[in-house]
Ligand binder design. Structure first.
Ligand SMILES: CC(=O)SCCNC(=O)CCNC(=O)[C@H](O)C(C)(C)COP(=O)(O)OP(=O)(O)OC[C@H]1O[C@@H](n2cnc3c(N)ncnc32)[C@H](O)[C@@H]1OP(=O)(O)O
Length: 406
């Protein structure tokens, strides 16, 4: 059987790695034209690959550095893992395991405290210390029933902008949203062309509307209408599907929703990746106009430097707890940590709760409860009274949400 070796990707090898990724995700190799556009956003830096005996890439693990907002508002450097694949004829031979090991060691050596990704399947990344840390919901709002409460969302102005204007304005606008929620991901310059620009300048009919309040532009929405009318049911109207909706203020948020629900010939406004606690029903006179159609994991997080990550976030008010953390891949993280409102230290005191790094990573941004994970055995309880304290310490007022695909 052929062997493989894992090493950093060199200049000139990126295109073969991208083709490998596209094929594993059942896409097509990039055309010369597509690659010319893509190349500047797909640098060799941050990429590790597995190569066969002929130095042909058979696995890829790519990432770029950005920042993630943690509870309390601090932004932590985060490796966003944006492309992982193994060629179909090389799977289940340990290539992903080997690439993850090299990648995590690289993050740790560079002092990157967090890593994050969106998982193609729920069973892949837990073994490497990642836990589902933010969730999102899919909603469908029945437009004929949806009346926005009087006086809400009327303070500003919403205007449709051209794709060129959206490409120019929205990145700066997006920077105004920093710190609004735990899980918020900064979008570096290399992110925009491949995701936002391609979407709004492409042929799928995406429209962009910008909200302006007293301090200027303060929110935007990207949406697409899908016309499902036919001769038998001309009254059905189109589906207006939200791809992104972000706002710097509650007023801008309400104004954008009021606008979306005012678009004519629309039967339903849908969104696939909204925050789980987005209060759409509260905006309407009939809360039953809103249907939650699914709740999905969103961002998977991995604490790479447990002490630095625990120290970076704030906590609720409760007596401290001692957490014992187990980390197979990065054993420097193994040990006990006393976590309290006043800060976090390593400790030799006895543990109250024992958990692996994937479980801690999924709780870190404020999603979920220690109590629930204790029920499933993912948190081992050594002191019963510590469970409530840990939940009070880690709770966040707003549900964590990422909202950026990469
Ligand atoms: C962040 C992102 O980019 S998400 C996108 C991830 N990529 C994809 O989904 C593309 C298609 N799939 C693939 O390319 C590959 O199957 C990968 C990358 C998911 C897995 O690569 P492999 O080299 O096969 O993984 P590896 O051999 O190291 O497996 C490690 C363990 O995980 C398990 N595993 C890996 N992938 C899967 C899977 N999709 N389903 C179930 N178990 C899996 C293996 O069985 C193995 O378990 P074991 O240690 O108990 O034997």
């Amino acid at each position: 059987m052929s062997e493989f070796h894992v090493r950093a990707v060199s200049e000139g090898e990126q295109r073969a790695c991208l083709d490998l990724l596209s094929e594993a995700l059942h896409g097509k190799p990039a055309s010369d034209e597509a690659w010319a556009k893509m190349a500047p956003t797909w640098p060799a830096a941050g990429k590790f690959a597995a190569f066969d005996d002929h130095d042909t890439p058979v696995g890829i693990a790519s990432s770029f550095d950005t920042e993630l907002t943690v509870p309390g508002g601090q932004k932590l450097v985060t490796a966003a893992v944006d492309g992982v694949a193994v060629r179909a004829d090389w799977t289940r031979r340990g290539i992903l395991t080997a690439m993850m090991a090299v990648q995590l060691e690289d993050f740790a050596a560079r002092g990157v405290p967090l890593a994050a990704l969106h998982a193609s399947e729920g069973v892949i990344y837990g073994r490497f210390g990642y836990g589902a840390a933010t969730f999102c919901k899919g909603v469908s709002v029945e437009r004929p029933r949806a009346r926005v409460r009087d006086g809400v969302g009327r303070d500003g102005v919403v205007r449709l902008v051209t794709p060129a204007e959206a490409v120019e304005r929205v990145p700066a606008l997006y920077d105004r949203f920093e710190g609004t929620r735990p899980g918020f991901l900064a979008r570096p310059a290399q992110w925009w062309p491949g995701f936002f620009d391609r979407l709004v300048t492409g042929n799928d009919g995406y429209r962009v509307a910008v909200h302006s309040g007293p301090d200027g532009d303060d929110g935007y929405v990207v949406y697409q209408t899908i016309d499902v009318r036919d001769r038998q049911a001309p009254e059905r109207g189109a589906i207006l599907d939200i791809r992104e909706l972000d706002a710097a203020t509650p007023r801008a948020w309400a104004g954008l929703w009021r606008f979306l629900l005012s678009v004519d010939l629309v039967s339903a406004v849908t969104g696939r990746a909204r925050p789980v606690d987005e209060p759409i029903a509260e905006l309407l006179t009939d809360p039953r106009a809103v249907n939650t159609v699914e709740v999905m994991d969103d961002l998977w997080l991995r604490l790479v430097d447990v002490l630095a990550a625990l120290r970076a976030r704030t906590y609720g008010t409760a007596e401290p707890v001692v957490l014992e953390v187990l980390d197979k891949q990065l054993p420097d993280n193994n040990g006990r940590y006393v976590v309290g409102s006043g800060g976090v230290e390593r400790t030799t005191a006895g543990a109250d709760l024992r958990l692996d790094v994937a479980t801690l990573s999924s709780l870190y941004l404020g999603h979920g409860l220690f109590a629930d994970l204790a029920l499933s055995g993912r948190v081992e309880v050594l002191d019963e009274s510590a469970v409530d304290r840990a939940d009070t310490l880690f709770h966040t007022a707003r549900a964590p949400w990422c909202g950026t695909f990469f």
